[in-house]
Structures are given as C-alpha cells and as structure tokens.
Design a protein around this ligand. Structure first.
Ligand code: 6A9
Length: 714
C-alpha cells in the first residue's frame, strides 16, 4: 500500500481499483515464474516494483522485492510518501514481529505452504542504493476479520498525530497507522487474519527492499539484496528480452522498440495478473431448494482484468492460454488441469469462479450464485488443439493427456447432453433471461456474448449457431486426443464430421432471405422499449407515483424463423474454420466483413452490423449496448486467424482472404497500440466509431491477444 502525505485528500492506495483513476499501471516485464517489473503511475509520483525469486529448499525458495519511487516533477524535494508493507495470515499460520524502536525490522513465521520463513524490511536507501538521511517508521500488529477487509482495517487505523522531523527541515505532520478499533458492522466477528504492517515515510526519490527467506533453503549463496538483487534483476531482464524475441520475433516483423514494449507489457500483465485462488463456488442446482457451497479447491488461472474482474472466467481462460501456451506450455498445462479439476460429477464447470470472501466482496449479490445448467463456450479446446500441435510431444505430454482424458470426456458429454437443440446436430444455450418484458432482447450470458441479439422469445425450439460451431471444434479435438491416446475416437470423429458438414450446416443455419448464417427460434424483429403507462389511482397524487419503467413492446407476434442479427454469431462457421474454402458462403461472409455499412470499421470488426436492428441499442434503461457494436479482441483474433487460414488454402476466395487478413490485422494492432499510448491501458472493448477503449481497464485478458496478431501466431 502507499499514500502521499501533505496533500488535500490523503488516499490510501492498495488493490487495483478502476475508481482510483490512475494514469497508468501494469507489469512491463513478467516471466510468470521468477521475476517481474511493474510500473505504477499515480498523481504526483511513480512507483516501480520489481521482484525476483530464487528457487531452493522445499517451499519455493526465496524472493526479494524492491520498490523505487520518484516524484512526478524532478527536483520536488517536498513531497513526502509512505510505503506500507504487510504480511497477513489467511486462516492458518503464525507470525512474530521483530520491532526495534518503532520500526518493524522483520517478521518470522510459518504456514502450511511456506514452512518457516523470515521476512526482512530493509532500511530505505536512495534510488541508487546509498544510505538515506532520514525516514519515519510506524507499524501495526492486529487481528482482522479477513483479507477482504485489510484496506478498511488499515484505513481505520490511520491517525495524523505523527511528526516527520528531518534534521534541518521543517516539521510536518503525517498520517500513519496507529491503533486499530474494530470495524463498524463486524465488531464480534472472529478474526481470520493476523496482520503485521511496516510503514516507512520518507522523501522521494527512494528505494526500499524486502526479502523473503525460506527456512528450508539451507545453502543459500547469500541474501538477495542490494547489488546482488540488482544484478539478478538485470540478468532476468536480459533473459526475458531474448526469450520474448525468440518466441514472437517482433523485431524481425518490423515493429519499433516502443511497439515491442507494448507487446511485452500486454503479455506481462496477463502473466502478472495470474492468481492462485482457493475456496468454493456457491451453486444453485435442481437438487436443492437453495444455493449450496461447493467443495473447496484451488484454481491457478489468469484473469480478465486485475482491477475489475480479478477472478477466473471459463471461456476467457481459453483465450488467455492461447497466448500463454506460446510463452510457457507447462504453465498452460497446469492452468488447464486446475480448471478441469473444478468439474462436478455431472461434468459441469462453473462459468465464473468467485471462490472466497475476497472475490465475493467484488461481486454484486445477484451475480454470485452459479447455476449448474449454465454453460460457457468450451474454449479450452482451442488451447488443447494448440498444445497438440506443439513440437516435442514426449512421454510426459502423453501422460498429461492421459490424466486429462477422463475429465475431457465427461466435460464434452455434459455439453453434448445438457445443451442439445431441438434437432439432431443442433445446440441451444440453456439459462437465457426469462423475463422477456423487461429486456429489449433477453440476454444469453452463458454464450459469453451476453446481450448479442438472439430469438426475441426464448424457447426450446431455438438453435444457436455459435454453440454448434464450438461443439464442432470440441468434437474434432476430442477425436484427436482419443486417437493420440489409442482410445475410442470414432464417435467424436463422426460427430465432428456431421457438425462440419457444410450442407447440413446450411440446412440448419443458413438464412436464405437474410443471406447469412443465423440462429433460429421464436422471434419477432418488431420489438422496442417504451415507457410503461402507469394508471393513476383515485385520490393518488401524481408526485407519489413510481417513475414509469421502460418495458418491451412486441409490435408483431413472434414466429419460428431465423434471427436477423448480422455480427459475430453469424461469422462462427468462418471463425472456427468450418467452411470449405470453396463455399460461396465464405464469399458472402468476407463481403459482409469488409462492408463499412455492416461489420468493417477502421479499428476492427464490430460485434453487430450497423445495419442490424439492435445495433448499439440499450437492453434496458440501465443496460447499455455491450456486444451490440463495440469491437472485441477475442473475436477479432479468431477472425484474423481464420483469414490467415483461408489465405493459405487454394480456392476462389484465397486472394480476398489474404488481403483482408493484412488489412484487419494492421487496423487492430494500430488501434490497440494507439489507445495504449494515449490512455496507458489495454481495454475490454473498443468503440467502432472512434476506436477508443471502452468498458473496464486495464483489461489484459483476451485483449492481450494483440501480441499473437503482431507475431502472426495462429
Ligand atoms: C459482473 C460486476 C465490480 C463479460 O471477461 C469476463 C466476462 C466475459 O466472460 C463475458 O464474455 N465479462 C463478457 O460479456 C465480464 C463479466 C463480469 C460479470 C460480473 C459483476 C462487478 O464489478
């Protein structure tokens, strides 16, 4: 944590919060294992935090951190900053503080995972490592309700009765941790966490180092501090640069050093945002009346956004691992295994992993419960497909696949039974919004495309094109895995062939009149949102009436038909490469993509065509368009990848695909880079009219796939 002293509004910074509105922060370099460099630009100062791990012993070895802080303007001698370092237990483990005067010098402790350890807070130095003239120290030693309340605990312990009195300087009051009084609202809650906090208050620029030394690391060559730490960091930076270059070849592809730094930051922030989560989902199933906690378990995963969505999402993870598998296949294997271990006996994996109090504290109550009929695209098959392509498939890789296989089979079966459609070889997302009166179009959160327009009236007659294409992919990868392992593969192969049969696909999903692939269902195009007319009761004064709601009106009754919504869903047979290269449908898809009236923008493909009736339409008064126009990078990556694929196959559209490939790739890279330079961040989505970042930030989940577009890795 840190805070600037002596400013009008003293604000404690701790976790990544979008509402802090920082000019920029993120990992610039991070290898996912041993080292990372993060830069945080706050108003008035910049922090660089760096860590190195050194393996040894039985508990993961040692690690060191250094934090360097500078004032925003050179020569600013006046700004005073506090850096707060803490150690906290989470349910188990013990900590002992070692205090000299008011300075917390070190913490010794033990925990199940870490064994014995010793954490030392070294004396601050100047930026270059010389002794610092003066600093003030404070510390806190409290039992707190749990990790999710740490910020509040520290905030409520702050007092400004302390005086910073550097020799020869003016005396200044500052805020520091003092005594802690129970938080309002939970005075009697049993403490879950022992918190020890070291606060150092000093003038900038400065450098502070912290070392963690593992008790089981017997023969360490010396502590990882000072010059040794700097040398180790430099060595890791050089190794990272070289590995990045070997993996992605961006220099050879003509990218400038600045563009390469952007790509490094994108990859590093995805790696640096990874977490090891632990706990249980809360699940509603048909087997019980009320939601129940699931068994506890761990999840090692990347996250879409460190600030806004710091938890695992099933279909996001497939996209994350498409990038990470190029960097570190072993890491991706571990992540996939964790996800598949979350499967229940039915074969279902919860879509959003909200596992502990810390995670639950960030989610509105109505989104916490997971429903066991709810699917999410099985994008992990995209990663498996890539893993199967990796060179050097030895016995270790095979035995990994063998261990995975029973879970994959069960997972596949779950989709193939619970999400079937009304006809053979059709599929339907379960769990669409049921309240058709209140939404312009009931959402389909399970598809991942939330408010993308589907049949206006959800019904069992629906068939969803995207799910069908995902199942074609899944079937193909299952067949491949089974063949590799010598397991029965024929059923998977048959399924894949049926689902990619272009004639059957057209029969079930080609809408002749609309000239596009589409969903099918009980649908009316003539819907709109209107203010509800509120009847005034006798004697009821007008000003007591509730504000009239927006409700849906259906001007023409729905009927079974194809759904007219040109956009990402219509592209799926192309995105997942099911179309034959000589299919005339490929020609019309490429045409729709390149049409500026429809899907093409200078910044990437929009999610919904400009000509589509629900383009950029609100779903309710308070629910702005999400997948109804803006540009999403995961789908654009699939599009670029598919163009690359069709550009490599002989056929009537080969040249067109090749040209579009160049253009779309260049547009996406240029815009994401431009927006990063302008705003300091990668974003959840991008405006199709200005190219500007939209939604949450930093979003270095699937938006980081820009790295693979730069590298032309598909
Ligand atoms: C809302 C708000 C503090 C929505 O990237 C994660 C998902 C995607 O899987 C999905 O395709 N995002 C996309 O349509 C974000 C979903 C967040 C839902 C939870 C809670 C809490 O804000």
């Amino acid at each position: 944590m840190w805070l600037r002293q002596g400013v009008a509004e003293v604000r404690l910074r701790h976790t990544c919060e979008q509402s802090d509105g920082l000019p920029g922060y993120g990992w610039l370099l991070h290898d996912g294992l041993r080292f990372g460099t993060q830069e945080i630009r706050d108003r008035g100062l910049t922090l660089r935090t760096e860590f190195v791990k050194r393996p040894g012993g039985e508990h993961g070895g040692d690690w060191s951190w250094q934090v360097i802080a500078w004032p925003e303007s050179v020569g600013d001698q006046t700004s005073l900053v506090s850096l707060l370092f803490y150690v906290a237990t989470d349910g188990q483990g013990t900590l002992q503080p070692h205090v000299e005067n008011t300075r917390l010098v070190s913490v010794t402790g033990t925990s199940e995972e870490l064994g014995h350890f010793n954490i030392t807070f070294h004396k601050p130095t100047t930026e270059t490592g010389e002794a610092l003239g003066y600093a003030s120290y404070n510390h806190l030693d409290v039992r707190s309700p749990g990790l999710h309340r740490l910020t509040d605990v520290v905030k409520s312990s702050l007092s400004n009765r302390f005086v910073y009195a550097a020799p020869g300087g003016r005396k200044r009051r500052y805020f520091a941790v003092d005594t802690y009084r129970a938080l309002p609202g939970e005075p009697d809650q049993a403490p879950q966490s022992h918190l020890l906090l070291h606060q150092v208050t000093l003038a900038l620029p400065c450098r502070v180092e912290v070392t963690f030394e593992s008790g089981s690391f017997a023969d360490r060559p010396g502590s990882l501090v000072g010059a040794v730490l700097s040398e180790e960091l430099a060595r890791h930076v050089a190794a990272f640069e070289q590995r990045f270059d070997e993996t992605f070849s961006l220099a050879r592809k003509g990218f400038t050093p600045q563009q390469q730094s952007f790509a490094k930051a994108a990859l590093s922030n995805m790696l640096g945002g990874m977490g090891y989560f632990h706990g249980h989902s809360i699940v509603q199933s048909v087997h019980s009346q009320h939601p129940l906690p699931y068994p506890e378990g761990p999840l090692f995963t990347a996250v879409p956004s460190r600030s806004f969505f710091p938890r695992g999402f099933l279909w996001d993870e497939g996209f994350h691992q498409l990038l990470l598998v190029r960097w570190d296949p072993a890491l991706s294997r571990e992540v996939i295994a964790h996800w598949l271990d979350l499967m229940n006996v039915e074969g279902w994996i919860p879509r959003e992993q909200i596992l502990d109090d810390e995670a639950r504290a960030k989610v509105p109550p109505e989104f916490i419960v997971q429903h066991n009929e709810a699917a999410n695209p099985p994008t992990l098959f995209l990663v498996l497909q890539q893993l199967l392509r990796e060179p050097g498939q030895g016995p270790a890789e095979l035995s990994y696949l063998r261990r995975l296989f029973p879970r994959l089979r069960t997972w596949y079966e779950w989709y193939n039974t619970t999400q079937v459609g009304p006809l053979p070889y059709t599929f339907r997302w379960r769990g669409r919004d049921q309240d058709t009166d209140l939404f312009l179009n009931p959402k389909t959160l399970t598809s991942g495309l939330d408010d993308y327009p589907r049949a206006s009236h959800p019904s069992p007659a629906e068939r969803h094109l995207d799910l069908r294409c995902w199942m074609a992919l899944a079937s193909g990868v299952m067949a491949q895995v089974a063949e590799r392992l010598g397991e029965p593969a024929a059923d998977y192969r048959r399924m894949q062939q049926a689902l990619s049969d272009n004639a059957l696909l057209e029969e079930q999903h080609w809408a002749k009149q609309l000239s596009m692939f589409a969903d099918y269902g009980n649908h009316s195009q003539a819907v709109g949102l209107e203010r509800e007319k509120v009847a005034v009761g006798p004697g009821q004064p007008h000003h007591q009436l509730p504000a009239p709601r927006l409700v849906r009106v259906v001007r023409k009754p729905p009927k079974l038909q194809f759904v007219g919504a040109l956009g990402y869903v219509s592209l799926f047979p192309f995105l997942l490469q099911l179309l034959q290269p000589d299919s005339p449908r490929l020609g019309s898809i490429l045409g729709d993509m390149r049409s500026e009236e429809k899907l093409w923008s200078p910044y990437g493909l929009r999610s919904l065509a400009r000509t589509s009736p629900l383009y950029m339409k609100h779903n309710t008064e308070h629910d702005p368009p999400y997948w109804r126009g803006p540009i999403w990078i995961n789908m654009n990556y699939l599009a670029v990848r598919a163009l690359h694929h069709y550009a490599s196959l002989e056929g009537p559209y080969q040249q067109q695909a090749a040209a579009l490939y160049q253009e779309l790739r260049a547009n996406l890279i240029a815009n994401l880079y431009r927006q990063y330079v302008a705003s300091g961040y990668l974003w959840e989505q991008y405006s199709d009219s200005t190219g500007q970042g939209r939604g949450c930030y930093p979003f270095t989940g699937w938006s980081a796939l820009v790295v693979l577009m730069m590298a032309e890795e598909y």
